[in-house]
Design a protein around this ligand. Sequence first.
Ligand code: ZN
Length: 373
Amino acid sequence: MPEDLHARYGRQMRLPGFGEPGQRRLLGAKVLLVGAGGLGSPAALYLAAAGVGVIGLADPDAVELSNLHRQILHGAESLGTPKVISAAETLGALNPEVRVVLHGEGLAPSNALSLVSAYDLVVDGADNFATRYLAADACALAGKPLVHGSILRSSGQVGIFVPGGGCYRCLYPAMPDPASVPTCGEAGVLGATCGVVGSWMASEALAVLLGRRESSGLVLIEVAEGEARRLAIAPDPACPCCGRAPTIRGIDPAAYEAGCGTMNPEACPMEITVEETRELLGRGAGVVLLDVREDEELAICRMGATHHIPLGQLGERWQELARDARILVHCHHGGRSLRATRFLRSKGLSAVSNVKGGIDAWSLRVDPAVPRY
Ligand SMILES: [Zn+2]
């Protein structure tokens, strides 16, 4: 082995059971990273630093200012640049011996199987369920190991799915309604928390490449509490993907449509406060206040110029709403309007938010002139 490899990788090669054979395995390995964001950033940095020979980057997004507090592959000079390009520059500067392959179109139903098949391992840090399930299904179908990570506030999880050991769908058989799960943009997240989970993903990816993972598992990490535990995963005979009678036998694009929307969840959270509502309404143009209460309730009070569709009629009348409008939905206390918000999002209207607490909170905190009932 050339001296300069010892100079660069000697500290990890010195680990028990690693040595020159371990380093050779990493140098010969090809890893596909799905998502060059909060989790993909630390994962990619550590995989490149460790000398993984080929790193593929699949991400269709460009760098935004709100990314920088956690997506440490990208710097301020990369704002507006495709993430794959920004990431390739950072990784190249860190370790020029690593070959970085760019897949700027991201992981899509049309390319998932061929892309995944070209790599030894997939590391998935995608921020949406459609991509997460697509990566998981493609890995299971192609017989490739998957290291998956996700995060919500200060909780993270890292899944390790090896062929034959149980797949992502053994744990989570069906994709949830994306509107029912808050994203990082909605829930808030610390960059350092992404660092913990993303680094853990890199560590598991290296363990898989080094042949140290023979069974699937799930690591649950509570960063704020300083706790982590590892659960074993067994293959589920009823799994729709890897079970005895699988229903998923290929990549059907329609199965991944939900959640593939172009909306920026950071701009349109699922719920907003009445104070935020007042501010948005003050901006005027393009903001629609949708009241989903009944006629009798409307007769008692209203929040101003509203578009009125009772919840029970939304199913047949939702197309009255402009698809690109910023829609704020309210009812009496916020329950019916949350259902309406989820319904409209499921119809592809992405800029829809529920007004938390409804007109009652509005009356209490914004405009006491509005009668309560
Ligand atoms: Zn399975």
